[in-house]
Ligand binder design. Structure first.
Ligand SMILES: [Zn+2]
Length: 88
């Protein structure tokens, strides 16, 4: 019985993580672009830019990327700035 309950809790936790990730994919306001843009998590940004998480963090610190922070202190990166950084 207790084992079954634990499995259910795990599934529930995974589902909430997925939902949270989906919400992060939603558009958000970027003050730098002065527009509604797509915001990526740092993990997603590494996939888009093809660089390591360390590089993403370095770009954020250097001001190369636009970013915002959620109330949960989750870093979100402006998709536009990520793409334009690769071009230059
Ligand atoms: Zn931006």
């Amino acid at each position: 019985m207790s084992k079954k309950r634990r499995i259910e809790i795990t599934i529930e936790a995974e589902r909430s993580v997925i939902l949270r990730k989906k919400r992060n994919n939603a558009q958000a306001w970027c003050a730098h672009c002065d527009a509604q843009v797509r915001m990526l998590t740092p993990e997603e940004a590494t996939l888009v830019a093809g660089v390591s998480l360390r590089t993403i963090n370095r770009w954020v610190e250097a001001g190369k990327l636009h970013f915002t922070e959620t109330p949960e202190r989750l870093l979100l990166i402006c998709f536009n700035s990520l793409v334009s950084d690769r071009r230059s």
